[in-house]
Design a protein around this ligand. Structure first.
Ligand code: SAM
Ligand code: SF4
Length: 435
């Protein structure tokens, strides 16, 4: 989501001023920080990074420094109080107003702060998406109305709001016309999508499209070969959406379905709205219609009051499900959330040891799943040069695994068939068979 927002900031500025992006801060006329406040470390790092570019203003007085994203949304004007050299502060829902904020800053000489939530107007003001790669993100809903007890997102990104389905279809059609073959539908709880049909006035017609309907419609669109979506919430994993896995082969065999914990006591305190058994039964239903589905997840370790026994329940769940990957974090109290008030007497060293055990387990599971792919042929979308060796290519399999392989640069953006030759710690190696 943040990568998507950053790309949109660059698009908005390019459309308004013809700016280009640079990797060198000293070359920049505008420096924007897109920030995350989901955990404390991410939040504190913003001020650290700001401090590192501040001196650039000495030799370039017109340099403009801005802070966007969730820390901006949460802190608003206090950012300018703490770092007066910051020129603009904007939230995830006001990034389309950047040119106006910058113009106001230049005209008035005063720092500008706009962290309001103007519903979905943002999407009507973003320039048309441009891409040269074979894959693209498309944001279809924003915000979150779930209020899990540990999470700051509903406060920083506002309530769940969906884009009208016609707008989403038009954006994907525009991307497909530019050669995009793979799209990732984005949202904080993307499977809570409820996009208005704007042009139907038949009395019996539903007035909203759900994610299942959107995916089936997109699968019919010429040029679109693979559809992904992220992040989904277990509570919104409807039977209609599960059925789409049976009917739509273009929907990939990978699902990111955050579970957070395996003990019902902890899940209830987190206000997640499901039990471990309900989560397992969802996975069983999904695998019944798509046996090769790989599932990745998010975990929070060390939630207030989590006992050894609770943590063992999380490990058991991991054993039973077999996850392909995880984003796992130590719990970080977020001021203003309900969990921040819960007493917490688990020593930090115990939490850290739990996190290490959990990560080791998932890595081992994923490694053994990836080893089983050796010798198999996988179709990958070639995304670009390999990270470690730019002389090689990196592609993504249907099940969201990265394969590095030697091949010609003109394959970037195309599908290629590769035979998997080895499993590395986080990636696969392969040999190109054909494009
Ligand atoms: N909406 C998605 C869901 O609920 O499944 C997840 C979006 S959330 C912004 C991304 C992840 O950050 C969460 O799944 C959770 O694991 C982690 N997270 C959120 N708040 C946290 C906190 N206070 N401490 C540690 N991790 C946190
Ligand atoms: Fe945060 Fe829960 Fe919403 Fe996910 S569902 S963004 S964890 S409040």
């Amino acid at each position: 989501m943040n990568e998507y927002d950053s790309a949109k900031m660059a698009d908005v500025l390019a459309a308004a001023y013809g700016t280009e992006t640079t990797d060198r801060p000293e070359d920049a006329d505008i420096i924007l920080f897109n920030t995350c406040s989901v955990r404390e470390n991410a939040q504190e790092r913003v001020f650290h990074h700001l401090g590192r570019v501040r001196h650039l203003k000495d030799s370039k007085p017109d340099l403009l420094i801005g802070v966007g994203g969730c820390v901006a949304s949460q802190e608003g004007a206090t950012i300018v109080k703490r770092a007066a050299y910051v020129d603009v502060v904007f939230g995830p829902q006001t990034l389309h107003r950047l040119p106006q904020l910058i113009a106001l800053r230049r005209a008035s000489g005063a720092s500008q702060v706009d962290v309001s939530f103007p519903a979905i107007e943002k999407f009507d003001h973003l320039p048309q998406a441009r891409t040269e790669a074979g894959s693209a993100f498309v944001s279809i809903m924003e915000g979150c109305s779930k209020f899990c007890s540990f999470c700051i997102v509903p406060y920083t990104r506002g309530e769940e709001v969906s884009r009208p389905i016609a707008d989403v279809l038009a954006e994907v059609a525009g991307l497909a016309a530019q050669g995009v073959k793979e799209i990732t539908l984005l949202g904080q709880n993307v499977n809570a999508y409820a996009g208005k049909f704007s042009d139907l006035d038949t009395p019996d017609a539903p007035d909203h499209a759900d994610l299942a309907f959107l995916i089936e419609t997109l699968a019919e669109m010429p040029g679109i070969a693979r559809i992904r979506y992220t992040t989904s919430h277990p509570r919104e994993m409807t039977q209609r959406l599960i059925d789409v896995y049976a009917r739509v082969p273009k929907l990939v065999s990978h699902l990111h379905l955050p579970v957070q914990a395996g003990a019902d006591r902890v899940l209830a305190a987190m206000k997640r709205g499901y039990t471990a058994l309900e989560y397992k039964s969802l996975v069983r239903k999904l695998k019944a219609v798509r046996p090769d589905l790989s599932i990745s997840s998010d975990f929070i370790v060390g939630f207030p009051g989590e006992t050894d026994e609770d943590f063992e329940a999380t490990l058991r769940l991991i054993d039973e499900i077999g996850f392909s990957d995880s984003y796992s974090f130590l719990y970080s109290p977020r001021p203003g959330t309900r969990a921040a008030e819960l007493p917490d007497d688990t020593p930090a060293a115990i939490k850290e040891a739990r996190l290490a055990r959990l990560q080791e387990k998932i890595e081992a599971q994923d490694y053994s799943a990836r080893r089983k792919l050796i010798g198999k042929v996988e179709r990958v979308l070639v995304e670009g040069p390999a990270k470690k060796d730019p002389g090689e290519l990196a592609g993504r399999t249907d099940s969201n695994r990265i394969v590095n392989f030697p091949g010609p640069g003109h394959l970037i953006g195309a599908y290629a068939d590769v035979r998997i030759s080895a499993a590395m710690p986080h990636t696969l190696r392969g040999e190109l068979l054909g494009a």
